[in-house]
Design a protein around this ligand. Structure first.
Ligand code: PEP
Length: 251
C-alpha cells in the first residue's frame, strides 16, 4: 500500500549511547503529535536492538542499513536478514549508493538481499540513482531503469508491492545539492511508469517512492508536495531530532 514515509539513515554516526539518546529524543518529540507519515530510523547495526527498545510504544519503526546477501554460515562480519528481524527491526535499507560504490554491491547482490529481507518479513527500502557524470551525459533515465529492473523486477507483483523504493541521485547525497522538485518528480514519475509497464497500474499506484539527497527542513515540503514523491530518505538531517522532526512535519 502506498504510504508517506520519512526514513532517517544515520550511516556510521553516533555511538550506542548517543544513538539511544537520539532515538529517545525523537520519541519524545513525537509524543502526542499527529503526523501524516510513517517514521523510520536506521541506526548502525550495533544499535538496532537497543533503538528498537528505546522507541517502543511510539510510531517509530527501525531499519538496519544493510543485510547480508547470504542466509547464514561462514561469512565473518556479516549480519543476516533473519538476525535483523530477530532484533525487532521491521525494515532494511538495501543498495544504498555508498554500498554500491565502496563495497561493490551490484544489482544482482542487491536482488539477493531483497529476497532474503522479504523471506524474513522485513520491508526493504531499496535505493537507486545516477552519479553526476551519468546525469550530465543525460543517461539518468537509462541508469535508473536498469537499476530498478535488474534489482527489483525479478519478483512477483506481491513481493514487489512489499518494497519501498528510494530514488537517491548520488550527486545530491551529502553534498547540500538537492535535486529540484521538478527533477525529483520527473524521475519518480518515470519509475512509476516503468512499474506500470511491468506490473500494472494498481501495483504502480500502490508503490511508495522516496526521494533522498540533501533533503532538509527547508526543502522537504516542496519535494514532498510532488504527486509521485511519497517521502524522503534522510541522511545528515536525521542526526538532529529537531531537524528530522521538522522534515516529518513537512507532510
Ligand atoms: C542518504 O545517504 O541516504 C542521504 C539522503 O544523505 P543526505 O540526506 O545526507 O544527502
Amino acid at each position: 500500500m502506498r504510504k508517506n514515509v520519512v526514513a532517517g539513515n544515520w550511516k556510521m554516526n553516533k555511538n550506542l549511547q548517543e544513538g539511544v539518546a537520539l532515538a529517545t529524543e525523537l520519541k519524545a518529540l513525537l509524543n502526542g503529535v499527529t503526523v501524516k507519515c510513517d517514521v523510520v530510523i536506521a541506526p548502525p547495526l550495533t544499535h538496532v536492538a537497543s533503538v528498537v527498545d528505546a522507541v517502543k510504544g511510539s510510531i517509530v519503526g527501525v531499519a538496519a542499513q544493510n543485510c547480508a546477501d547470504k542466509e547464514k554460515g561462514a561469512y565473518t562480519g556479516e549480519v543476516s536478514a533473519e538476525m535483523i528481524q530477530s532484533t525487532g527491526a521491521q525494515y532494511v535499507i538495501i543498495g544504498h549508493s555508498e554500498r554500491r560504490e565502496y563495497y561493490g554491491e551490484t544489482n544482482e547482490i542487491i536482488k539477493n538481499k531483497i529476497a532474503l529481507a522479504l523471506q524474513n518479513g522485513l520491508t526493504p527500502i531499496v535505493c537507486f540513482g545516477e552519479v553526476l557524470a551519468q546525469r550530465e551525459a543525460e543517461k539518468h533515465f537509462e541508469v535508473v531503469k536498469s537499476q530498478v529492473e535488474e534489482a527489483m523486477f525479478g519478483f512477483s507483483p506481491e513481493d514487489f508491492g512489499k518494497m519501498i523504493l528510494a530514488y537517491e541521485p548520488v550527486w545530491a547525497i551529502g553534498t547540500g545539492k538537492t535535486a529540484s522538485a521538478e527533477q525529483a518528480q520527473e524521475i519518480h514519475a518515470f519509475v512509476r511508469g516503468i512499474i506500470v509497464e511491468k506490473f500494472g497500474k494498481q501495483v504502480a499506484d500502490d508503490c511508495t517512492i522516496l526521494y533522498g539527497g540533501s533533503c532538509n527542513p527547508t526543502n522537504a515540503k516542496e519535494l514532498f508536495s510532488n504527486t509521485d514523491v511519497d517521502g524522503g530518505l534522510i541522511g545528515g538531517a536525521s542526526l538532529k531530532a529537531a531537524d528530522f522532526m521538522a522534515i516529518i512535519q513537512a507532510f
